[in-house]
Write a protein that binds this ligand. Structure first.
Ligand code: CAA
Length: 298
């Protein structure tokens, strides 16, 4: 399928990534269906997208009419059947290979024959996800960075059987979304997380072994290397559970002890300290918006 033929995009999963991806696709002028089995999550996503679009309108980056049109191009559903006309379906659900494979096999059953199935996975093998479908040549990784409306990058991951045609279509689509594309082969963690997660893990080891306080570790990397957030703040932003699961994928997939997750990271996840989304991670955000900056040191 050529990119010009892509008219309708389905996004599965309405969390921060899925709703952000749906917004990016609608801003680029596509008809979008956002699907989630949880109606409460869908309502939350609808409100978040409307607020984000209103912000763009209030800043003059979008006219009121364009904002209204954009919201009209977005539809919300809990029924997979509504995705049967989609040309591209982007999966952005929980980072579990078992659950994603089940979804891919269901999408394969309902999606039209020409549809491309893309995954926003941050580290799970595209080749293995593709194996749960009858169309492995049409399965590809399309890894957006968090938050999708703000971050300029999409990492495209080619599975073992992804066709050249599908790769080119998705590369062009990502560019129509206004993003810069990098291409990775299908190895654990791809490019970004292969490099980012060892840095975050090392920051946890520095904290765990008493090298420095969390504030000094973060300030060191923010001001010393010009990162917008320090590695521990970034881990809280991404979600400590997500960081841990990516490190496990790197450790299991590459078999190198350098990827063994820091025990302190494991303990925080065990304690439910998952980062901003839970109000507490390395830092304490309680009684504030989950997207707010840290309230205080613990
Ligand atoms: N959706 C839409 N817009 C958002 C947003 C969201 N979720 N979060 C922030 N923004 C917008 C704000 O509205 C604001 O826009 P304006 O300037 O137009 O007003 C702008 O982004 C800046 O936001 P803030 O002023 O609130 O806060 P900030 O200056 O601290 O920036 C940030 C927030 C852009 C998230 C910044 O902290 C940042 O760049 N952090 C690093 C993010 C990063 O590294 N992401 C990659 C994580 S790794 C990953 O995603 C891969 C993986 O698989 C784990």
């Amino acid at each position: 399928m050529a990119t010009a033929a892509v008219k309708m995009i389905g996004v599965v999963g309405s969390g921060q990534m899925g709703s952000g991806i749906a917004q990016v696709a609608a801003v680029a002028g596509f008809d979008v269906w956002l699907l989630d089995s949880d109606p409460v999550a869908l309502q939350r996503a609808e409100k978040a997208i409307a607020a984000s679009v209103q912000h763009l309108v209030s800043k003059g980056q979008l006219s009121q009419l364009a904002g209204t049109n954009l919201l009209n191009h977005l539809r919300y559903t809990s029924s997979l059947e509504d995705l049967k006309s989609a040309d591209v379906i982007i999966e952005a659900i929980v980072e579990s290979e078992v659950i994603k494979k089940k979804l891919f096999s269901e999408l394969d059953r309902i999606a039209k024959v020409s549809a491309i199935l893309a995954s926003n996975t941050s580290s799970i093998s595209i080749t293995r996800l593709a194996s749960s479908t009858s169309r492995p040549a049409q399965v590809i990784g399309m890894h957006f960075m968090n938050p999708p409306p703000v971050m300029k990058l999409i990492e495209i991951v080619r599975g073992a059987d992804t066709s050249d045609e599908v790769f080119i279509t998705i590369k062009n689509l990502a560019e129509r979304f206004g993003k810069t594309v990098i291409c990775s082969q299908d190895f654990p963690g791809f490019i970004v997380n292969r490099i980012l997660m060892p840095m975050i893990n090392e920051a946890f080891f520095a904290l765990y072994t008493g090298v420095a306080t969390k504030e000094d570790i973060d300030t060191g990397m923010k001001l010393g290397t010009n990162h917008p957030l320090g590695p521990l703040q970034l881990a809280d932003f991404i979600g400590l559970d997500i960081c841990l699961s990516i490190l496990k994928v790197l450790h299991e997939g590459l078999g190198d002890s350098k990827y063994i997750p820091c025990p302190l990271l494991v303990q925080y996840v065990d304690a439910g300290r998952l980062g901003r989304k839970r109000g507490i991670g390395v830092y304490n955000y309680q009684n504030r918006s989950p997207l707010a900056k840290p309230l205080s040191s613990l």
